[in-house]
Design a protein around this ligand. Structure first.
Ligand code: GLN
Ligand code: ZN
Length: 758
């Protein structure tokens, strides 16, 4: 019998119960016991939900109060010295201090660094290790959750992050080799597995997602050492779980590792199935990732069934498990709750619960259950309505895309000529000052928006409120002496949602929350159909703001790649096709802004880098279409219109050529936190256009002094030509308050003036 198993379930709760419980606890309103009670109730509810949806085997220890990598570090006692006393005295408080930092009664510790979990929008905490690092088991979370499930009559398979991925995802603070710690780590893993076996677990899912990445010989040797050592331990059987891509060149050695089963991602990499079947050792269990754990669409069950049948024909049903491609952490819980969506669209959506139901249908079909036939038939019909829906496929969009070859993706003249035309038009001083777009989104701004949404504030009153805020912001910028102004983005909630709401092809859920990190959740728009722009989106606000000042007003748009990256994107056409549609819609907006007299237009692409594929071999193709899309959006304007872009990260070294190929007249980037370290990239590669390395870290409430910003500018001046240099903060100011913003920007303008005087 082929079974259905799950690799991980969203833990935040359909109504974000865990978020609420965590935040109440952090505010000191609840006891640890109350928090643990909420967590336990959620685990129980989720286990029952998974069974009810058709799972035969559910995961445990996939739950986390904050992050599963932090849980692993904590369980292994990989706790940096600065938290140790607290973690010993009060483990829960210590755990949260690692996650969030702590400032209280003489204690002041900063949190662990946070970074993206592979190419998802989930962020994990990066364990800090050092050459003398030792490990031991601390607490009993994994065993505890297994026993908790068992007491409820739930047969659960514990999930552990594997030892090699754990090390590869960590960093050492002393520059020592992470993998050198493996020998010390393995006995602790062996003991951990032993305890799970004693508790009654016969299988453990051991996650090694790093197996889908480029590995060098040292990494592979680490894998062999690790699994040889664990094979010798008294332990449960091990399902080695890989996800987020193909094993490719790692397949042969990964399949040969002494585990008892292998999970592979057949959503991202369906083509690897035959090679996997060839490489699978004779008694290994094979877990097929058949439904997409990363996206919200119902599965093409016929295609998935064909894959499963191919595996079934080779190895039979007893060794076969059907699963999502990866943990369901990355999708919301239940699409049927989205009653405000049109019924057809709702029917195309599959969240965690629907994905398990789909797997049940596939397993039933494989096991010869007659009942599966009608379910498959229904799924087929639903799938067909999506394939032919006029909401999804718009002839006008297809026609525009077909004519894309005629759309110029190069500016009229090369940069040096544009530079002259722009200098003539704007007459900006050297080291021009500007900001990244948003100004403080005060309580008042958010309340006005919420009031308007709830129908308590009329359209006219809301507009009047926004005009007043915008006018105040423009006056403020003139007063402190900024050169290129912005309108402040008071009308925007979120930089993707604001555009999605005005474009055809996007829908918004009520409860489609997914965890971003800790208690923070995002509700990505659902990009379900061909994208087009029924009407201008930002012209009204930019034109209004420009009417208030003689200085250049910068129009503000979110770039096509970022819109794509921060949405749940349709899976029925290549991502790059969808991106081109968004780019064309933005091109129209850019041209409308230009026609309305807006001479400077910024197209933000903060997510360009995070779209990079996991394997280096795929980077080029991605960067090619990503850059092309930016240029589709940007390149239609005249020489004397100045295009800016903004990226809020500092790792540029490996993509600098692509960034240059975007050919924006000016880019602003994040640098102040890294003290201009990123400028290394500009030593190696002479970036030709204008550039504003951020001199003010807006992520911190600290107000930098003028001298500090001058020092950063001096550092930048050492690698960039003076005529290239712009002066701006790191990112938008929406999370800051007005008083600090005033002080910081005033100092920033002074720093620019001082530079001009030298
Ligand atoms: N223009 C946006 C802002 O200032 C950019 C935000 C971002 O880079 N994430 O808020
Ligand atoms: Zn930014």
């Amino acid at each position: 019998m082929t079974t259905v198993s799950n690799l991980g379930f969203p833990r935040i709760g359909a109504k974000r119960e865990l978020k609420r419980a965590l935040e109440a606890h952090w505010r000191g309103e609840t006891t640890p016991q109350q928090l643990h009670d909420t967590a336990r109730a959620l685990r129980e509810r989720h286990w029952r939900l998974q069974y009810a949806a058709g799972a035969d085997l559910v995961p445990c220890n996939d739950f986390s109060l904050y992050d599963q990598v932090l849980d692993t570090a904590f369980a292994l006692d990989a706790i940096p010295e600065r938290y140790r006393a607290l973690a010993d005295a009060d483990p829960l408080a210590g755990y949260f201090a690692l996650a969030r930092g702590l400032q209280r009664e003489g204690i002041d510790v900063h949190a662990l660094e946070m970074t993206k979990w592979f190419d998802t929008n989930y962020h994990y905490l990066v364990p800090e290790l050092h050459a003398q690092q030792t490990f031991r088991l601390r607490g009993d979370k994994a065993v505890g959750e297994f026993l908790e499930a068992k007491a409820l009559g739930v047969k659960a398979r514990p999930v552990l992050l594997g030892p090699v991925s754990f090390l590869l995802l960590s960093k050492t603070v002393d520059g020592s080799d992470r993998l050198a710690l493996l020998a010390r780590l393995l006995p602790v893993y062996a003991e951990w597995l032993g305890r799970l076996r004693e508790a009654g677990a016969d299988w453990v899912q051991i996650d090694e997602p790093c197996l889908v990445q480029d590995l060098d010989e040292d990494d592979r040797a680490a894998y062999r050492t690790a699994y040889d050592a664990l094979a010798a331990a008294a332990r449960p059987k091990l399902l080695l779980a890989t996800y987020f891509g193909a094993l490719e060149d790692n397949l042969a050695f990964a399949a040969a590792l002494p585990a008892d089963g292998l999970h592979v991602d057949l959503v991202r990499a369906p083509a690897q199935l035959d090679a996997v079947l060839d490489a699978l050792p004779p008694r290994h269990v094979l877990s097929l990732g058949l439904v997409d754990g990363r996206n919200v669409w119902r599965t093409d069950l016929d295609r998935a069934l064909a894959l499963a049948q191919r595996a079934h024909a080779r190895i039979g049903g007893e060794r076969l498990q059907l699963a999502p491609s990866c943990s369901l952490l990355h999708v919301p819980i239940d699409a049927t709750l989205e009653t405000a969506l049109p019924a057809d669209l709702r029917g195309w959506l599959g969240f965690a619960r629907q994905k398990l139901e789909e797997l049940r249908t596939l397993a039933d079909a494989l096991n010869g259950l007659g009942s599966a036939r009608s379910t498959l038939e229904q799924a087929r019909e639903r799938y067909a309505t999506r394939a032919s829906s006029p909401k999804v496929h718009r002839a006008e969009v297809a026609a525009r895309l077909a004519a894309l070859a005629d759309v110029p993706t190069r500016r009229g003249s090369p940069y040096p000529q544009r530079r002259l035309a722009q200098a003539r038009r704007f007459g900006l001083p050297p080291f021009p000052t500007t900001t990244i777009g948003s100004f403080p989104q005060t309580q008042q701004v958010r309340e006005a928006r919420a009031g308007h949404r709830a129908g308590k504030l009329s359209d006219a009153d809301y507009e009047a409120f926004l005009e007043a805020e915008t006018a105040r912001c423009v006056r403020f910028q003139e007063e402190i002496g900024l050169d290129v102004l912005v309108h402040g983005e008071f009308e925007r909630n979120d930089m993707v949602e604001y555009f999605g709401e005005q474009l055809d092809g996007f829908a918004f859920t009520r409860n489609g929350w997914v965890q971003s990190y800790g208690s923070r959740c995002v509700k990505p728009p659902i990009l379900y159909g061909d994208v087009q722009r029924p009407a201008p989106m930002t012209v009204r606000w930019s034109r209004y703001a420009q009417s208030l000042t003689e200085r250049p007003m910068k129009g503000m748009l979110t770039g096509p790649v970022t819109v794509l990256q921060w949405s749940f994107v349709r899976d029925d056409q290549p991502r790059e096709t969808t991106c081109r549609q968004v780019a064309l819609a933005l091109r129209d907006e850019v041209l409308d802004l230009e026609a309305a007299g807006i001479g400077v237009i910024q197209i933000d692409e903060p997510a360009l880098r995070e779209g990079l594929p996991l394997r280096r071999a795929h980077w080029r193709a991605y960067l090619e279409w990503a850059v092309e899309c930016f240029r589709i959006a940007a390149a239609g304007v005249a020489d004397h219109t100045q295009v800016h872009t903004h990226m809020c990260y500092s790792e540029f070294n490996d993509i600098i050529e692509a960034v240059a190929a975007m050919d924006a007249d000016v880019i602003s980037i994040e640098t102040s936190r890294s003290r201009m370290e990123l400028l290394e990239a500009f030593v190696r590669f002479r970036y030709p256009n204008g550039i504003g390395p951020g001199v003010y870290d807006i992520h911190s409430p600290r107000v930098p002094e003028q001298a500090e910003m001058s020092a950063l500018l001096e550092k930048a001046g050492a690698v960039l030509a003076p005529e290239q240099l712009w002066v701006n903060p790191d990112c938008g100011l929406k999370t800051r308050g007005w008083p600090e913003t005033r002080r910081a920007l005033t100092a920033m303008v002074s720093a620019a003036q001082a530079l001009r005087a030298t």
